[in-house]
Design a binder for this molecule. Structure first.
Ligand SMILES: Cc1ncc(COP(=O)(O)O)c(C=O)c1O
Ligand SMILES: [Zn+2]
Length: 464
């Protein structure tokens, strides 16, 4: 692959903050285009000339590597798993990137996850973007006071396009799928990933074929329809949906973007780790609580911290990575407690946190490895606990979280009670989605009551 270079800052008028080009295309005597081969108006050429002095090496993916057997593959091809069946991870020339990409470049970077484009697999210019990422990290003192924590923060991922952190991963996956020539994408999903795929596929002009359990939240079903996706509801779990996609994809010509079955969703989700580090001025927190279904975000953040250390942007400290699951579906917690390297299929999975209803994750061994290496822990909370805690976050902070976010609050309470977390630990709770997408779950707490005749008596509108 040709070396790719990134010109920062003032040449950004058209391409989201960046112009890119191979060395030849920056030979301005003859070159008048950047790598996307678009002719540039003369004004832009001038700007590029100005910028050439600060030209930066671009962090394009250098290869894909197997997370289990280390087999390598070229990065510029549509691929799902390694031949051995394990997930693939994206590698970059971090040594090269380190010499040119500096933390202070972020001061003028775009306010989305594409601010980290040098460590993402595509140019910002090629991104199918709906402005995902760069979500707020909010100090939650009122919530903390209720649960006995003095330094607790909420990373509010409910602010993403389609109201969940799934936007980050699917943005990256759809960007790469389009770039590498896919036309029809298919996904088995617990709900939010389907909504995100449908939105990004719509933005990219690609087909989305979606398989979800028939009892997914209504919001997920409706949003997929609104985005024009082909939606099938299945009488079963996400694992059944996954089987159907795997069986049909060859005949249908679908490219499968299931969790961890393509390498780029991790790359989008890893930007949560970059953001937390940047938002704390490059000092990572003491603990991160993450609601774990397939585990992509946790795996991604763990990768992000390793990359950040290699870039020289953070030191060796790592947050304790804490996996939070529901007692009705807790394969990772059980494996952690049993000192197992991988999880076992959880039979009869049930929880209102639909994103956590994943009975067996392909990347379970990566989640467990990250939790253990970080000296973290895996815990579970009941549906009642996560809804109570979700409503506590709502009342105390004005943030209405997904039950998955509530689960993390409930987990903090438990871990403070048993001493695993200390009240002064800087603790980050991931609210991975918005409560507005889970109205059925919260409705159980707020039965509708019609005003009685008594209430109406003497009222301003219907005086008697
Ligand atoms: C709101 C929410 N939180 C957490 C998860 C779990 O995500 P992951 O697969 O990264 O573990 C999901 C997955 O659907 C989700 O929708
Ligand atoms: Zn392999």
């Amino acid at each position: 692959m040709a070396d790719t270079y990134l010109a920062m800052a003032s040449c950004s008028s058209r391409l989201n903050g960046y112009r890119t080009g191979t060395p030849e295309s920056f030979a301005f005597d003859k070159g008048d285009y950047c790598t996307n081969r678009q002719n540039l108006p003369p004004k832009c050429v001038n700007l590029l000339k100005i910028c050439i002095g600060t030209m930066e090496r671009m962090g394009q993916a250098s290869k894909l590597g197997c997370s289990k057997c280390n087999q390598e593959y070229p990065s510029e091809q549509l691929r799902n798993l390694c031949d051995c069946g394990a997930p693939l991870l994206v590698h970059y020339d971090l040594h090269g990137i380190r010499s040119t990409w500096k933390r202070n470049h972020l001061k003028s970077a775009v306010n989305s996850m594409w601010r980290y484009a040098p460590v993402l697999p595509a140019d910002a210019a090629d991104a199918v973007t709906l402005s995902e990422g760069w979500t707020p990290l909010i100090r939650a003192d009122a919530l903390g006071a209720e649960i006995g924590a003095r330094n607790v923060w909420i990373k509010d991922e409910g602010r993403n396009p389609t109201d969940s952190f799934k936007a980050r991963g699917l943005c990256c996956a759809v960007t790469m799928a389009r770039k590498l020539g896919a036309k029809k994408l298919a996904i088995p999903s617990a709900g939010n990933a389907a909504g995100a795929l449908a939105a990004y596929a719509a933005a990219a002009g690609l087909e989305a074929h979606i398989f979800m359990p028939q009892d997914v939240p209504e919001a997920n079903f409706l949003e997929c329809g609104a985005f024009g996706a082909d939606v099938r509801l299945i009488d079963g779990l996400i694992s059944d949906c996954g089987r159907i996609v795997a069986e049909r994809k060859a005949a249908e010509g679908w490219f499968e973007v299931s969790t961890l079955k393509e390498p780029y969703r991790i790359e989008g989700k890893k930007t949560m780790g970059y953001e937390v580090a940047e938002q704390f001025d490059w000092e990572v927190p003491d603990a991160i609580l993450y609601p774990c279904g397939g585990g992509v975000g946790l795996i991604g953040m763990w990768k992000a911290f390793a990359e950040l250390e290699e870039l020289g942007w953070i030191g060796t400290k790592r947050p304790k990575m804490i996996s939070v699951q529901a007692t009705g579906c807790a394969p990772i917690t059980r494996a952690f407690e049993n000192d197992a390297e991988a999880s076992e299929f959880w039979k009869g999975a049930h929880t209102v946190a639909s994103g956590l209803r994943v009975p067996k994750a392909l990347g379970d061994f990566l989640v467990l490895r990250a939790v253990r290496e970080s000296k973290g822990i895996a815990v579970s909370v009941s549906d009642e606990e996560m809804l109570d805690a979700g409503l506590l976050m709502s009342e105390k902070q004005g943030i209405f979280p997904a039950p998955e976010g509530g689960a993390c609050v409930a987990a903090v309470k438990k871990l403070l009670a048993n001493g695993f977390l200390k009240p002064d630990d800087r603790t980050v709770i991931f609210n991975t989605g918005s409560g507005y997408k889970y109205l059925e779950a919260y409705r159980t707490r707020f039965p509708r009551q019609i005003a009685s005749e008594e209430d109406k008596l003497g009222g301003l509108i219907t005086p008697r």
